[in-house]
Design a protein around this ligand. Structure first.
Ligand SMILES: Cc1ncc(COP(=O)(O)O)c(C=O)c1O
Length: 477
């Protein structure tokens, strides 16, 4: 039996690109490569803005640059009039190169001494991660530095290494008091590593109490920053995802055909024929689009307040700040690999060797649970679905691009392309290693113009106006 299919959700523009232009790009530049689609980014942003505007929520959106190294996305954010969240000197440089002035930049995450020194001279809003940072800004600042305090260790939410523990906020207010006008408290923030709306609302409730304390001490914070965390939609067929995971569990429990490579258990606990727990790939099953999840969050009562988040914000004249990363790049990037060869093991298992390594398309601990699209080079053979494992290019046993059996419409041939959809949200850029002296895959930006797709090296992307050819250029970034 071939494994069930899990079709990937593909934005219409990306679908059109795959149908008409991807083979030409691969032929011209070789593989592997990444392609990003700033117009899909703009569509995602439009939906998030609509969710906020229909509820009249006063807001600012900061694109979380860390989700992807792309300069084209940073430029798309700039052109769309939103702001940017940077978490490293390199991202800061990219933001400046995209045109962002300091008052449209927020610096998040833990910052070392040199990054901090640079930030405080610029007018960028510093989202303070810890008391050391706060004290250091107080010692170094020569002009007022706008700051947010990131709150961590919020009761009822998962342990986190980030933020100022809630119980230390009084000390933070004391430091701000002592420093006086050299720091300006703009507001409070949190970012949770979960998609659970209840956790987020608990954090909002905790921040509401802290904001009262800040106001009563004479500070004038007017921002509540709820970070990122809006999930992506990877699969076009939630039923296919469920069918696959059921079959996988059966297989791990010793029933049916082998679907897992070696000892892979995908985060499940397997004891004999019993399989329990939450798999590492659960994000791939999400079906709620980010804008809908945001709308629901805004409409839900905040614990202890008997009113929705959007009402709480407007009643307190608070501006909502968001730092979406993966939600903005949802379905806005693909990774293109080539089949080097296929090989059959003694038990009939088919291995498809690719010219990428696992971490080109996924952080190592995660398994991609949507199927790549097989693009035939030359006339495709008659459809004959097969289950295969995808092997990477590193000479390491563990470099399997898939540790699960993947359904393909036919047995691929050397030179055929495998296109991984929706890789822009951390999948392509979080851990891509340069082991084996392989260069990192180049990145291109594709935009649909009046007469076809315009494809340029990522760093050279400009919004498409009257250009009219499906041009590609030679030296990507
Ligand atoms: C402080 C902060 N804000 C925003 C984000 C972006 O989160 P997401 O991509 O889940 O929207 C992150 C991601 O780690 C983060 O650390």
């Amino acid at each position: 039996m071939t494994p069930p299919s899990i079709p990937a959700a593909v934005a219409p523009l990306v679908g059109q690109y795959l149908d008409t232009a991807v083979t030409a790009l691969a032929a011209e530049h070789g593989t592997p490569l990444h392609v990003v689609f700033p117009q899909v980014f703009a569509d995602n942003l439009r939906e998030i803005r609509t969710a906020l505007d229909t509820r009249a929520v006063e807001h600012r959106i900061f694109y979380a640059h860390k989700v992807n190294r792309s300069r084209a996305f940073a430029r798309a954010a700039f052109e769309a009039g939103i702001d940017i969240d940077i978490a490293s000197p390199g991202e800061f440089d990219n933001a400046l190169a995209a045109g962002f002035p300091a008052d449209r930049i927020e610096a998040t995450g833990p910052k070392g001494e040199s990054f901090l020194r640079r930030l405080i001279t610029t007018g960028v809003t510093v989202n303070v991660d810890n008391l050391w940072e706060l004290e250091r800004i107080g010692q170094l600042a020569e002009r007022p530095v706008p700051v947010l305090l990131r709150v961590g260790d919020i009761p009822g939410t998962a342990t986190s290494r980030f933020g100022i523990p809630l119980s230390h906020l009084t000390r933070a207010f004391d430091i701000l008091d002592a420093v006086g006008s050299r720091m300006m408290l703009r507001g409070l923030s949190f970012h949770l590593d979960t998609a659970d709306a209840r956790d987020r609302l608990r954090a909002v409730a905790a921040c509401a109490v802290l904001l009262e304390q800040a106001w009563s001490r004479g500070f004038e914070p007017s921002v509540l920053d709820i970070g990122g965390g809006l999930r992506q939609v990877f699969t076009a067929d939630a039923t296919g995802f469920d069918t696959y995971t059921r079959a996988l569990r059966e297989s791990l429990g010793g029933r049916g055909r082998r679907m897992a490579w070696a000892n892979a258990a995908f985060g499940y606990q397997v004891e004999g024929d019993t399989v329990r727990g939450t798999p590492v790939f659960h994000k791939y099953g999400n079906t709620v689009p980010p804008a809908a999840a945001l709308g629901e969050l805004l409409d839900t009562p905040v614990p202890g307040h008997r009113r929705s988040l959007s009402a709480l914000l407007s009643d307190n004249m608070l501006q909502l700040w968001l730092e979406p990363g993966k939600a903005l790049v949802d379905r806005a990037g693909i990774t293109v690999a080539s089949v080097e060869f296929t090989k059959e093991l003694a038990d009939g298992t088919i291995l498809v060797h690719l010219d990428i390594s696992r971490d080109t398309v996924t952080p190592a601990d995660q398994e991609v649970l949507v199927d790549p699209r097989l693009v035939a080079i030359g006339p495709p053979p008659a459809p004959e679905p097969v289950g295969v494992f995808l092997a990477g290019r590193l000479c390491l046993e563990r470099d399997m691009v898939s540790n699960r059996a993947v359904r393909l419409p036919f047995r691929p041939r050397a030179g055929d392309l495998l296109v991984f959809a929706n890789t822009a949200g951390y999948n392509s850029d979080l851990s891509a290693a340069s082991a084996g002296l392989h260069p990192l895959p180049p990145k291109f930006a594709a935009a649909r113009g009046p007469s076809g797709f315009v494809v340029v090296p990522d760093a050279e992307y400009r919004p498409v106006e009257e250009e009219s050819c499906a041009r590609t250029t030679a030296s990507p970034n």
